[in-house]
Design a protein around this ligand. Structure first.
Ligand SMILES: [Zn+2]
Length: 352
């Protein structure tokens, strides 16, 4: 897949162009991107929000302690409207990083995908900051039901056959480590994800905890298990203002996700922008992706709370206010295209 890396020279604003080293070892093969509506050509990925959520749910609680704000029909309509507006703003692809543990329901999201002009991409993994559900304590190598790790079966099935009873194939792996670090169960998820990467070439996004700089631990852990650093996105790196930490992740070869624009209850956007501009001035556009980590509905942070506590935490904040701010700060369009189009296309493309 031919492309060029455009690097902004520090201070002068002069553009330099260089050829990157090949990415992912996929040279010469036909590449595709798996979406909710089937495979598409990498060229058709376009401007991409690479870390978002359509619906974050908790099906057990929904049936036991219903949330008055959760109405699936209304939620689908709301998401269809929102994604249609995003398309009008130029966004062409949204990656839904809602994996099991966050109430993934691809059948419901497929209803949205069928009605919007935007490509939606599903993901697989397991969301836990520390401990896996009881099922996984009983099933696996050396456990009561001694068998292959069902996490590996799940991830590879999602990536190669389709999720559940659907034929929708995941296009991204997602793992997490938060303030507790890489606990034994988190290590188990990450090990299974590394194996699923090796079988499929699908990239891995992490949820990291930048305050403890644990993106470096995630990077080391995954690389030691055979994942090339350039197939890893260290997510939530935008919560950090530690330039040395962020540069180290990228100098080691990984992508960083400046992926929480609008999440001003964690860090205001002007500070997120300042950090991003500093890294772009140092020529890191080819290592950065941008997104919001927003949702059309979240059981954890429901719409009524978001409306007053985090009003800019929406999937149109980058289009409406962050890109204009970046341009005002002197960031050239090439760098913006690199973060929004070229890097996601390179990451999401896998051998057909
Ligand atoms: Zn997320």
């Amino acid at each position: 897949m031919p492309f060029v890396v455009v690097t902004r020279a520090p201070m002068t604003g002069r553009m330099s162009v260089r050829s990157p080293k090949p990415v992912g070892g996929k040279g010469g093969q036909v590449e595709i991107v798996h979406t909710f509506r089937g495979p598409i050509q990498p060229e058709d990925v376009g401007s991409t929000l690479i870390h978002e959520h359509i619906f974050v749910r908790n099906p057990e609680l929904e049936t036991s302690l219903p949330d008055a704000e959760w109405n699936p029909d209304e939620a689908v309509e709301f998401a269809v409207r929102g994604l249609t507006e995003l398309h009008a703003l130029g966004i062409r692809t949204v990656v839904d990083l809602t994996v099991p543990g966050l109430g993934r329901d691809v059948s419901l999201v497929a209803e949205v995908a069928a009605r919007v002009p935007i490509n939606l991409i599903a993901s697989t993994g397991w969301y836990t900051p520390n401990v896996l559900p009881t099922f996984f304590q009983f099933h696996g190598p050396g456990r009561v039901i001694d068998r292959v790790d069902p996490l590996i079966e799940l991830f590879i099935r999602d990536l190669t056959e389709g999720i559940g009873v659907t034929r929708i194939r995941a296009g991204m792996l997602k793992v997490m480590a938060d303030v507790d670090g890489i606990t034994p169960d988190v290590a188990r998820v990450m090990t299974a994800a590394a194996m699923a990467y090796s079988a499929t070439g699908v990239p891995i996004t992490t949820h990291s905890h930048p305050a403890s700089r644990n993106g470096l631990m995630q990077q080391t852990f995954l690389c030691q298990r055979g994942v090339p650093p350039d197939r890893i996105i260290i997510g939530h790196s935008g919560d950090s203002e530690d330039l040395d930490y962020l540069r180290e992740l990228m100098d080691n070869g990984s992508m960083i996700g400046m992926d929480r624009f609008g999440m001003e209850h964690v860090l205001p956007d002007d500070r997120r922008i300042r950090t991003l501009v500093a890294l772009l001035e140092q020529g890191y556009a080819n290592r950065i992706v941008i997104s919001h980590d927003a949702a059309f509905y979240s059981h954890v942070t429901p719409p009524s709370w978001r409306a007053h506590a985090a009003p800019k935490w929406r999937m149109d904040t980058i289009s409406r206010s962050i890109l204009p701010a970046l341009r005002n700060a002197g960031v050239p369009d090439d760098a913006i295209d690199q973060m929004l189009v070229d890097n996601p296309r390179r990451l999401l493309a896998v051998a057909a």
